[in-house]
Design a protein around this ligand. Structure first.
Ligand SMILES: Cc1cc2nc3c(=O)[nH]c(=O)nc-3n(C[C@H](O)[C@H](O)[C@H](O)COP(=O)(O)OP(=O)(O)OC[C@H]3O[C@@H](n4cnc5c(N)ncnc54)[C@H](O)[C@@H]3O)c2cc1C
Length: 399
């Protein structure tokens, strides 16, 4: 993407120099000048107080799409320093897509002291790892991550970039897409390669989940998509896989970053429900009739060692915190067992749980749509069925 300095506007203030993560700006006769390290990431343009640094927008049809090659996954690292499961899932999906394009899969890992993670990325399907290790990247912050990723994309020109639709991914993907003027499809549930056009077909729910829209980015590159955790499946970890590791040197000045992470506070309120990681989820819907009846769902889930999920109707009614919500505007889950109690099965709920391995639905209405996706359906009153199931489990365990 073209970037240039308007010499008439440059006042020689040097604000752009610490903003550049690639050390690409020199002062020549008190005018900022780009050197050969410039990646056109645009960080300097945002720091320039006089608008002297100009990023030119590509117009429709102006991008030479043939220059772009390879599929990238933007890695996410947990606060404990592990590779997030969504990264493994995207690598698995990336491998399938890359096979159709006959290309390779790279992952970008940004963090601090993260060299060990290259092995994990390789085992889950990366052919190449761009490793950006810097103390200022130890915790996610919008500005340095955007600058670094934008620079890498401008330099290496990947054809496709996949990012997890996590809190970090949603923030980063939209910033980077805006910076490089690329299209971005958020919350995709399916990705395929069109065999004729070789374009990425990005499918996601639209109009409140009533329509599945397939979106193409024909004129801009890379084609960028975010995918929620648990939507795609990771490949089996392969210890023997190796990846090329490319260390990316960056020079980030803390003083150029507008935010600092002072402390990371773990949520101790119990609202941090790890639904996306749970193997068993028991969910309650409006059929519970009363917020206090969630105690029955909690007891059932507790007995099975599972987590408590909920429909949006119960969340909107204030019966249970939003962190429990499953569905299009809640969490996407993929447990081994999903038990839906008193949930009708609206499309928006199904969007978040229909890929569960085994779905058991308990509903007194035999025509409830949840039965269309259930592997086992129990037509009955949940206040009779659930206590009977609890009793049976306890009996079997000799409790
Ligand atoms: C843009 C948008 C996004 C949305 N996102 C989500 C989302 O992320 N997640 C989500 O869940 N919803 C979402 N919704 C709402 C969704 O459309 C439904 O309104 C909601 O899922 C209904 O919740 P429910 O099944 O608990 O309630 P209801 O549809 O009222 O169903 C209650 C069910 O309980 C059964 N029942 C009643 N009593 C009993 C009993 N004693 N025993 C057994 N069964 C009983 C009834 O037969 C009925 O089928 C969204 C809607 C929109 C427009």
């Amino acid at each position: 993407m073209p970037i240039y300095i308007d010499e008439n506007k440059c006042i020689g203030c040097r604000a752009c120099i610490p903003a550049c993560p690639y050390g690409a700006i020199d002062m020549v006769d008190d005018i900022a000048t780009f050197n050969e390290s410039c990646t056109s990431c645009g960080a300097c343009a945002y720091a320039c107080p006089t608008g002297a640094i100009v990023l030119e927008m590509a117009r429709k049809g102006e991008v030479d799409t043939s220059q772009y090659e390879g599929l990238w996954v933007v890695g996410e690292i947990t606060p404990e320093g592990r590779m997030a499961s969504v990264t493994a899932e995207l690598l698995g999906e990336g491998r399938r897509l890359a096979a159709d394009l006959d290309t390779d899969v790279s992952v970008v890992l940004m963090g601090h002291e993260i060299g060990d993670l290259a092995k994990a990325a390789a085992g889950y399907g990366a052919d190449r790892v761009f490793l950006v290790d810097h103390p200022s990247l130890a915790r996610y912050r919008t500005q340095p991550f955007t600058d670094v990723l934008t620079g890498l994309i401008n330099t290496h020109k990947p054809e496709i970039v996949l990012i997890g639709a996590s809190a970090m991914g949603r923030d980063l993907a939209s910033r980077v897409a805006a910076r490089i003027k690329a299209g971005l499809t958020a919350d995709c549930t399916e990705l395929t390669i069109n065999p004729e056009s070789r374009l990425l077909e990005q499918t996601r729910p639209a109009f409140g989940g009533n329509v599945m829209a397939t979106i193409l980015c024909e004129f801009t590159r890379p084609q960028m998509a975010t995918v929620r955790p648990k939507v795609m499946k990771p490949m089996e970890f392969d210890e023997s896989r190796e990846a090329e590791v490319i260390g990316v040197p960056v020079s980030i000045e803390e003083k150029s970053i507008a935010t600092a992470v002072l402390e990371v506070i773990k949520d101790e309120t119990g609202s941090d429900v790890n639904l996306t990681e749970a193997d068993i989820i028991v969910s309650g819907g409006r059929g519970l009739g009363d917020p206090e009846h969630f105690a029955l769902i909690e007891e059932f889930a507790g007995l099975l060692g599972g987590a408590v999920g909920a429909s949006r109707a119960t969340v909107d009614a204030g019966w249970i915190p939003a962190t429990h919500q499953v569905g299009q505007t809640g969490k996407t889950v993929h447990p081994k067992l999903y038990i839906a109690c008193g949930i009708s099965g609206a499309v928006q709920h199904l969007a978040g749980m229909s890929s569960s391995d085994c779905i058991v639905a308990i509903n007194k209405d035999p025509d409830a749509p949840i039965f269309n996706v259930a592997h086992y359906g129990i037509v009955g009153d949940l206040f009779e069925v659930v206590p009977a199931m609890i009793e049976a489990i306890k009996e079997r365990r000799g409790e």
